[in-house]
Design a protein around this ligand. Structure first.
Ligand code: LIP
Length: 275
């Protein structure tokens, strides 16, 4: 039920658009300085940190007792506390590597949860100025237009999105590449936007038919998975089990039939949980 959190939704939309404009003007000045986090391929810029602070302080000003799970505040590797309290789950820039290189696929992601259930999700595609949003039970919208995922039921006719990710452990990469090899043999193709959020949005738009990934964090999924659900997608674990937002694994399929054809091709991989 959205109405009790209407003010939160309006505030979120407003601050995400203004933060997005700020990042877009920075993105024009070509490549961005970055530092690496856990691995040389896991990047952060001053904009990730600034945008996270901007969003969190605007929210705290109005809703002093709300909780946060956000990418840069979690950069110390400590696990996040995900409680029943009203909780904002924020990725200030999803697709930081793209932002650093000027590759036009990066987004601000804000999900709002209560009782650990999603209430609304907002994804703002910064370079393309597209606002995606969903309120639980009320449909998914792109710049005000209703979104609907594809009716594809055959893997042979499907376009699948997944990612190499930002970790470089050889075993983990081998697992990912082996899995992709099994899948690409059976489908139209595999795509990697370098932005988990926007991959999920492609499924919600019907421009891709499924997405799965091992390694992203709760802030990469929180908002986008609700948008996909509201567009008619099926969210699960990559093995077909129940979706677990803290597990760092997710699969989003346009239909159950696709899910059932993909899961036998995807083994499990153990990852440290987010929460
Ligand atoms: C990134 C994702 C990307 C995924 C990486 C990473 P960041 O998020 O969107 O698709 O493969 O593992 O999580 O660090 O740019 O917010």
């Amino acid at each position: 039920n959205m109405d009790p959190f209407k003010d939160e939704f309006l505030l979120a939309t407003e601050i995400v658009i203004s933060a997005g404009q700020y990042v877009r003007s920075a993105a024009k000045s070509q490549s961005q300085a970055s530092e690496s986090k856990e691995c040389y391929a896991d990047l952060v810029t001053e904009y990730d940190q600034k945008v996270e602070k901007m969003l969190m302080s605007a929210i705290s000003e109005k809703f002093a007792d709300h909780k946060f799970i956000a990418e840069e505040m979690s950069a110390d590797g400590n696990s996040a506390a995900f409680t029943d309290e009203p909780t904002w789950i924020i990725d200030p820039i999803d697709g930081t590597t793209n932002f650093v290189h000027g590759f036009p696929a990066f987004a601000i992601s804000v999900g709002f949860f209560h009782l650990q259930e999603p209430v609304f999700g907002i994804v703002y595609d910064i370079p393309n100025d597209k606002m995606y949003s969903a309120v639980k039970g009320k449909g998914a919208f792109c710049n005000g237009r209703l979104m609907k995922c594809s009716p594809t039921t055959e893997l042979q006719e499907a376009l699948i999105a997944t990612e190499y990710g930002s970790q470089r452990e050889p075993n983990f990469l081998k697992f990912k590449i082996d899995t992709m090899a099994k899948i690409v043999e059976k489908c139209h193709g595999i795509r990697s936007l370098g932005c988990a959020t926007l991959n999920i949005i492609q499924v919600a738009m019907g421009t891709a038919d499924a997405y799965y990934e091992f390694g992203p964090h709760i802030w990469d999924f929180a908002a986008a998975h609700l948008i996909a659900l509201e567009a008619g997608a099926v969210c699960s674990a990559p093995n077909g089990g129940k979706m677990d937002l803290c597990s760092r694994k997710l699969m989003v399929c346009s239909t159950k039939e696709l899910r059932d054809q993909l899961t036998p091709l995807i083994d499990d991989y153990q990852l440290a949980r987010d929460c």
